[in-house]
Design a binder for this molecule. Structure first.
Ligand code: GRF
Length: 296
């Protein structure tokens, strides 16, 4: 079975999409599979009040004296406020993905997860996507199962008209093809205060064990843009969490994870409202919704 075939998981046919489906069907016409139409239907839950705010923020930014430009100020510039289309990448339980998706459903994030990408189609994040009618792409291919190549993945994400990519516990390195196609538009969340305790090999409980062993009194999540290495892209947001004197790695992980959910939702909210801006020296900032001159 090749990448052009509909993939199945377990006993039921899933929403794993083949390249052929993506090539031959417009995502929103009558030939679109029903689960994709469901996604579109949900996208109509537009929060008009927040939309107005986003528009006002956009206008205020235009007159802002700061020398900044919007993250969308490339060929994707779109001054009219519209819901952003997001691809989320997961390998595990997907609690960050679930927190973001819940905030989209309750209208506090002006965006929709239009596709989930995973290397593990049996993981909790993929199960949640299936339950919520979100199509799933498998990347990369493994010995045991079929998946997309890097070029096919780029092609598929373009078909979905993806604005931003959110890595949420995705354990594979993002291919350079994707990084180049989505400059300043891929975010990752890491469970330590980068640049400390990051890089290849720092994942899961290993991060928290290393933090505790170092004697650091603070840890916490970092959200950063993704470049071609592990955990080295520009830092966008962080939140400090105290390390208790007798914390186990599991206890620290749970406290950091709780903060991750809050931080990722706040950041994605800002991203979808075009409130992520770039300082002259290349550091990304988040503008306050209430006062665009205030940035963090
Ligand atoms: C989080 O701790 C995140 O920081 C890291 O992977 C974990 C994913 O957890 N990159 P979940 O799958 O979102 O629950």
């Amino acid at each position: 079975m090749g990448a052009q075939s509909l993939l199945s998981y377990g006993t039921t046919t899933t929403h794993l999409l083949s390249l052929k489906q993506l090539t031959t069907a417009s995502l929103f016409d009558s030939s679109t599979p029903s689960f994709l139409r469901i996604t579109r239907f949900k996208s109509r839950q537009v929060n008009l009040a927040s939309n107005k705010n986003a528009l006002r923020t956009q206008v205020l930014r235009e007159v802002s004296p700061q020398k900044v430009y919007n993250v969308s100020a490339d060929k994707h510039l779109n001054l009219e406020s519209r819901r952003k289309k997001l691809a989320v990448f997961v390998s595990g339980g997907g609690s960050n993905f679930k927190a973001i998706h819940a905030a989209m459903l309750d209208g506090s994030i002006l965006g929709d997860v239009v596709v989930l990408v995973t290397n593990k189609t049996g993981c909790g994040g993929a199960a949640y996507a299936r339950e919520n009618g979100i199509p799933i792409l498998q990347f990369p291919k493994t010995k045991e199962s079929e998946g997309l190549s890097a070029d096919d993945l780029v092609f598929a994400l373009r078909k979905y008209d993806v604005d931003f990519i959110l890595l949420a516990g995705y354990l594979k390195l993002i291919p350079v093809e994707l990084v180049r196609q989505y400059p300043k538009r891929i975010l990752n969340i890491h469970p330590s205060l980068l640049p400390a305790f990051g890089g290849k090999g720092y994942y899961g409980l290993k991060v928290h064990k290393a933090v505790i062993a170092s004697g650091a009194r603070y840890s916490g999540p970092t959200i950063h843009f993704v470049d071609e290495e592990y955990d080295t892209g520009r830092i966008l947001a962080q939140r400090a969490v105290s390390v208790g004197a007798f914390d186990t790695p599991e206890e620290l992980a749970a406290r950091v994870l709780h903060e991750e959910h809050l931080l990722y939702v706040d950041v994605v909210k800002a991203l979808c409202e075009d409130r992520v801006i770039w300082r002259d020296d290349g550091v990304p900032l988040i503008q306050s919704k209430e006062d665009p001159k205030l940035c963090t």
